[in-house]
Ligand binder design. Sequence first.
Ligand SMILES: [Mn+2]
Length: 338
Amino acid sequence: MMQFDEVRQLLSQKRKIVLTNHNNPDGDAMGSALALYHFFMKMGHEVNVVVPTQYHESLHWLPGNDTVIVAENSLQMAIDLVNEAEVVFSLDYNGLDRISFVGNAIESCSAVKIMIDHHLQPDEFVDYALHNTQSSSTVELVYEFILMLDQEALIDVDIATCIYTGLISDTGRFKHALFTRRPFEIAAELYDKGIDPGEISRQIFDSFREKELRFNCYCISEKMTMLPEQNTAYITIEQSDMDRFGIDYKTFESGALLAQGMSIRGIKLLVLFIERGGPVKISFRSRGDVNVRDFANAHFDGGGHKNASGGRSNVNVSATVERFLSLLPELNESLQMV
Ligand SMILES: [Mn+2]
């Protein structure tokens, strides 16, 4: 592992930098990449943002979005950029299995690799890691990274806007992932840089297309099963459901639907099963001591955070639900706690 002084030294000369984030990047992943894009450009580096897959259009307004290279659309260009890079950043992910398309290139390239991330159990594929699971978001650590380089003065309204986007995305507008006071302090600093918090919040959270809102409401109304004894609900979505509403599974952003489900009074666990091409994708949200990271990790080839995790299953949706229901008693004790 490198020391931070070596990182500082490395970045004191003009470098070819590639910023990467995870599959189906969310507000934190895109906010981290684009904040650092603007920051390193201002430092005088040659910078490219390479993301593995497409992402939701509610993030397309972010400053710098035009420069983003989507590997699934421009694979050779993405791989060439990684291979030519002198420094590669891994943002908001800590395992190469989180980045299809460019994972192999990142593993084998000769660049210095730097991880900035807040997920549990990082793999060891980088030369330097700024990693803290107590951080609300990766952008929080991006902000700290800029401070560590003594470059706070370079943070302008574009950089601040990208950081604030990640902050409100991962905390659900300061509702969760708050282990410290730091997110509030950073938000105040960003406010002083001239961001428009109301407008950013609207862009991220109030940007449904009609069909998306109708689809989410349909899922809650028709596709959600309550298990009142377990304070649990689950939602199943099959390809035909998405087709009916013209929803593309590749860019479907399930965060809002999960948040709606978790707004039921007394709910402790919400599980979303989505058929999307290959394996069934599973998302878990929980409250309090219901540890969905360990549960996803033990049974569904997944992981994440204690109260927000994901996994997958190679059998169809109904067989996956059967399996989930047979395993649910494992969580009974924490589900019954008041
Ligand atoms: Mn994140």
